[in-house]
Design a protein around this ligand. Sequence first.
Ligand code: MG
Length: 343
Amino acid sequence: MSIRLSAVPFDLQFKHPFTVSGFSRTHTPIVLIRLEFQGMTGYGEATMPPYLGESHESVLAFLKQIDLSGFPSPFEVDTILHYVDGLTENNNAAKAGFDIALHDLICKLKGITVSSYFNIERSTPLSSFTIGLDTPGKMVKKAEEAIEMGFKVLKIKLGSDQDRLIMKETLQVWNGPFSIDANQGWSDKERSLDFVFELQENGASFIEQPFRKEDLASASWLTERSPLPIIADESVKRLKDLDLIKDCFHGINVKLMKSTGLHEAYRMIQKARELNMKIVTGCMAESSCAVTAMANLAPLADWVDLDGPFLITNDPFSGVQLQDGRLLLPDQPGIGVSPLVAV
Ligand code: MG
């Protein structure tokens, strides 16, 4: 009896259109993945923001290439994931969706949670809520919405010529801890450093991806001088990237859709710790499936930014809950989710 793989395309609808670099989106394509073995089902999710080059078609085509008939048991995790990874060079989100479903499946078969599979203590870390770059007025509204939803930490996206005004107005309604994601939007090193000192005085905890992802020289320059940790997001996807960027940033933002899933995300966190780097666990626009999977690793992070399910109106899964700004994992085997739609 072999492991059975199936997948269905789905669209996550955003509560608010999501604007990056003047381009607005109302939804994001995802693929829901199902792995079955001996009557047990594991669920996974691949989510594909258009700028990363994956789509419903590319993910479904990738999954079609996977032939599990040579693997008698899903417990050969290393071998199976090595085989899947070797099928193509990219397709990181598709690989992540498969990896999540495999971890869900084997943990359910063992009757354990993904946290205990990785030997991570169960805790309820605070998660930030990200407010996307917009006009100062709209960003203030989003900060107020984060307060209403019960979030205690804010992540503020910057990278426009109105950054100072956005900060001034947002901090009039937000009194709690916050971090900054410049989303590759800054270019002048000296001016960025001055602004980082201002942000530190205003209470920011870290700065994410200040410059273009390829501009490691500027990142390294700022990291040497910055009073706040400088975190890589777009500059780091997989484990192998860590060697390249380890001296250019203080830390990394680990996301399942970049790392190809839990297996490699866990190893990235371990390696980053060996290198004395800070860790953020983050997400794309994702449903409760992938975010709950990542929430199992969140206790290993310095900062947690897992807000995906709170930004959509048609979550296909139930999973992690928000309680007093903290992530509460359901106490059930696997990643901890239950489907709300036919997967
Ligand atoms: Mg980011």
